[in-house]
Design a binder for this molecule. Structure first.
Ligand code: ATP
Length: 202
């Protein structure tokens, strides 16, 4: 397999901003959030199973999954949440592995908010953490999503702490200034990852 760099960080830390720059440099980026949406696209086996299990009310009239309806079904029911995770996690993992195997750039980025929590770091040669103070995570996410501070804080509190994530990192980008500064740090790491990928037996 190609050399894999895992990218993770809390909500609104700047993972997408960082991986967009890696992509601009010619690196294939696999985003676990995108894969998680792909596995429930209309016509997919997972969507059929979800419909069979939860009923037609979790499917929109255009055939897409009604995420809000599904969230409400599993929100306060651990058994249903577990059923859904047992269905989706193996399929998401299979798709991620297939995409990692098909990647054709000199190394490949696997980006996932829960890379460490879900053990996806075992497929990575390096883990890069995008780190920002929590106040900035909240501020940037509120601006991006037009949501409330309380909602962002609730998601933030359900994720791994900043310290834990930093401990598990091989590299850390502190994304607390400008986008230009973030891009510069990505470009520096890109050079290192290219060298590591060349030295890496595939
Ligand atoms: P999530 O896990 O919620 O998907 P993320 O880690 O992918 O978030 P981004 O969407 O990349 O985070 O960044 C959050 C917001 O902050 C975006 O609107 C992005 O443009 C902005 N942003 C990221 N880095 C910077 C920066 N250095 N300066 C200013 N704005 C930034």
């Amino acid at each position: 397999m190609t050399y894999v760099v895992g990218v993770t960080g809390g909500i609104g830390s700047g993972k997408t901003a960082a991986t967009d720059e890696f992509q601009r440099l010619g690196i294939d980026v696999i985003d676990a959030d995108v894969v998680a949406r792909e596995v429930v696209e209309p016509g997919s086996v997972c969507l059929k199973e979800i419909q069979h299990h939860f009923g037609p009310e979790v499917i929109q009239s255009d055939g897409h999954l009604d995420r809000k309806a599904l969230r409400e079904k599993v929100f306060s029911n651990n058994d249903e949440k577990e059923w859904l995770n047992q269905l989706l996690h193996p399929e998401i993992r299979r798709q991620i592995l297939a995409q990692l195997n098909n990647a054709s750039s000199k190394y490949v980025i696997l980006s996932a908010p829960l890379l460490l929590e879900n053990g996806l770091d075992k497929y990575c040669d390096q883990v890069l953490v995008i780190d920002v103070p929590e106040s900035l995570q909240v501020e940037r996410t509120v601006t991006r999503d037009n949501t409330s501070e309380e909602q962002v804080a609730a998601i933030l509190n359900a994720q791994m702490t900043r310290e834990e994530r930093r401990r598990k990192a091989d590299d850390i980008i502190v994304n607390d200034t400008t986008l230009n500064a973030l891009h510069t740090q990505v470009q520096e790491l890109h050079k290192r990852y290219l060298e590591a990928a060349i030295a890496h037996p595939s």
